[in-house]
Write a protein that binds this ligand. Structure first.
Ligand SMILES: Nc1nc2c(ncn2[C@@H]2O[C@H](COP(=O)(O)OP(=O)(O)O)[C@@H](O)[C@H]2O)c(=O)[nH]1
Ligand SMILES: [Mg+2]
Length: 295
């Protein structure tokens, strides 16, 4: 049996979380069409008869403008160290950018086993367009496996796993086999709330939204509800009404959708209370970031 860690890295919004969720077969990380959705390093655990593969889904590389974003990029780069293999996800339908170059240098420097997933090939009509990229990568990274795929298509997963499993050391399972993530339930719940805020608000809001769990009380009796209080942090007064919506409708919709999903996740009833709070500069605030696991 094999077991080990695979860091999943790449620029923001290329499909890392989509791929990890797909491979693990559970929603480990939230996915949206917006950049910089993933903020922490999230472990997604795949259990198979041939072994256990622990994926580290990482925040995407980007140019950090706040302390929070600096922490995100640092966590992503640190995840490259001490893993058994690196799975580098590229958006093959887009051109190579500064973030790719930075990552290429770092990966080349570390020199460990590498698989490059050339993602989003469904967006490329003429697959021959992939050839220059593949030729460049194989010149630069001798021995790296290159794998074109569409992260949304489960048919592509077995081939990728066949490349990754042999890179793991022979080892017993690291986590209990029934786990698919090691995120605490309160963090999973906060992420679900954040996802529904992202999905229901306009383009300019998401990046300054953070979710803090203020209470997570287990039911006292069998069949009772989890009482969950979440603060939705924004940075400016003007952002509050965007999240609350006309007559409170947006916040209500966020609450209904999030509660449904959290109930499913926890397997019990949930009483969810959401509060919108203005906290200027929370993305620069060390104690808030620490609570979110980002400092
Ligand atoms: N067409 C297409 N879209 C994809 C593919 N992989 C991911 N996406 C979409 O790209 C967006 C970003 O995905 P996400 O997994 O959050 O990217 P991350 O920032 O790298 O984790 C989402 O809207 C996904 O549905 C793919 O292979 N093909
Ligand atoms: Mg992500």
């Amino acid at each position: 049996m094999r077991a080990g860690f695979v860091a999943v890295v790449g620029r923001t919004n290329v499909g890392k979380s989509t791929l990890v969720n797909g491979l693990v077969g559970e929603k480990v990380a939230i996915v949206t069409s917006k950049a910089q959705t993933t903020r922490n390093v999230i472990r997604g655990i795949l259990n198979e008869p041939r072994g256990q593969m622990v994926f580290l889904d990482t925040p995407g590389l980007h140019k950090p403008k706040t302390r929070m974003n600096q922490a995100m990029v640092r966590l992503a780069l640190e995840s490259l160290e001490g893993v058994d293999a690196v799975l580098w996800v590229l958006n093959a339908s887009e051109s190579w950018r500064a973030e790719e170059e930075r990552l290429a240098e770092r990966i080349g420097h570390l020199g460990g086993p590498l698989v490059v997933a050339l993602n989003q090939v469904d967006r490329i009509k003429d697959k021959a367009q992939l050839l220059p990229l593949m030729a460049g990568l194989s010149r630069r990274f001798h021995g790296a496996a290159l794998y074109p795929l569409c992260a949304l298509d489960p048919k592509d997963y077995p081939g990728l796993l066949d490349l990754l499993f042999p890179l793991l050391p022979e080892h017993e399972a690291i986590f209990p086999p029934e786990l698919y993530t090691d995120q605490p339930e309160r963090q999973l719940a906060a992420e679900v709330v954040r996802e529904h805020v992202f999905l229901r608000t306009r383009q300019e809001v998401p990046h300054c939204v953070g979710v803090l769990v203020e209470a997570f009380d287990e039911p006292e009796e069998e069949g009772g509800k989890v009482v969950l209080h979440c603060a939705i942090l924004v940075e400016r007064d003007s952002q509050k009404p965007i999240i609350i919506g006309h007559g409170g409708q947006t916040l209500k919709a966020i609450g209904i959708a999030a509660r449904k999903e959290i109930q499913q996740l926890l397997g019990c009833g949930v009483e969810l209370r959401l509060f919108v709070k203005v906290r200027p500069d929370w993305r620069e605030n060390a104690s808030v970031l620490r609570e979110m696991g980002l400092a």
